[in-house]
Design a binder for this molecule. Structure first.
Ligand SMILES: C[S@@+](CC[C@H](N)C(=O)[O-])C[C@H]1O[C@@H](n2cnc3c(N)ncnc32)[C@H](O)[C@@H]1O
Length: 197
C-alpha cells in the first residue's frame, strides 16, 4: 500500500487538500468580513452532504487508479491544466464575491432588501453569474488535477445541472426585484455557464 504514495500521488493529493482548504476557508472569511459574524453559519463554508459524498467518491477513484493504473496519474499536462483551472476558478469566484459585496449571499434572496443593489460592473459585465462560473471551473479543475476521468465527467454533469436549475430560480427573483433593469442586463450579458441562457 505504501508504494502508491509516490511523488505523484503525494503532490496531487497535497494540491487537492490545499485547494479545498483555501476555497472553503476563504469563502468563510469573506462571508464574515462582508456580512458580519452574526449572519454566518456553517452553510457559509458551502459544505453539504452531497458535496462531501462527491469529494469522497473522487478520492476513492483516485486511490483505485493510482493503485491499478498508476500511469494514468502521470499525465502532468492534464494535472497542471487542472491546477490552472483551480487557480483561475478561485480568482473568478472571489472577484465576484468582492464585486457584489453585500448583494452576494450564499442563500438566494427571495425578498428584496434595501442593501441589495443590482451589480453589473466588474466581472459581472462579462458574465451574469461569475461566482457560479468560478465554482464550475474550480470543481472540474480539481478532477483534472487528480487525472480522474470518471469524476471529471461526473463533476461536470452534476455541477452543470445544479447551476442550470439554480440560475432560472435565482433570476426569477432578480427580475422581480430589478424589473426591466435586470431584463436588459440579461439580454446583453451571457450567464457564464455553458448552454444556460
Ligand atoms: C450565491 S450568490 C451568487 C451570485 C451570482 N449568481 C454569481 O454567480 O456571481 C446569490 C445571490 O446573489 C444575488 N445576485 C445574483 N446576481 C446578482 C446581481 N447581478 N446583482 C445583485 N445581486 C445578484 C441573488 O439575488 C442571490 O441572492
Amino acid at each position: 500500500m505504501a508504494e502508491i504514495f509516490n511523488y505523484t500521488a503525494c503532490r496531487q493529493l497535497l494540491q487537492m487538500f490545499c485547494a479545498i482548504v483555501f476555497f472553503h476557508g476563504s469563502e468563510y472569511v469573506l462571508a464574515m468580513a462582508i456580512h458580519g459574524k452574526s449572519s454566518i453559519t456553517v452553510k457559509s463554508l458551502l459544505i453539504s452532504k452531497s458535496y462531501i459524498l462527491a469529494m469522497v467518491c473522487s478520492l476513492i477513484e483516485y486511490l483505485m487508479e493510482v493503485y491499478f493504473f498508476p500511469g494514468l496519474k502521470e499525465h502532468w499536462w492534464i494535472s497542471n491544466l487542472g491546477l490552472a483551472m483551480v487557480v483561475i476558478g478561485e480568482i473568478i469566484r472571489k472577484l465576484a464575491i468582492l464585486t457584489a459585496g453585500q448583494s452576494f449571499t450564499h442563500l438566494i434572496k427571495i425578498y428584496h432588501q434595501e442593501n441589495h443593489k443590482l451589480v453589473t460592473h466588474g466581472v459581472y459585465q462579462f458574465v451574469r453569474h461569475p461566482g457560479y462560473s468560478g465554482f464550475f471551473i474550480w470543481a472540474v479543475g480539481t478532477q483534472f488535477m487528480l487525472c480522474n476521468p470518471l469524476s471529471t465527467v461526473a463533476f461536470a454533469i452534476v455541477v452543470w445541472r445544479f447551476f442550470a436549475l439554480r440560475i432560472p430560480y435565482e433570476e426569477f427573483y432578480l427580475r422581480q426585484f430589478f424589473g426591466s433593469e435586470y431584463e436588459d442586463y440579461a439580454r446583453r450579458v451571457p450567464s457564464g455557464i455553458p448552454f444556460v441562457k
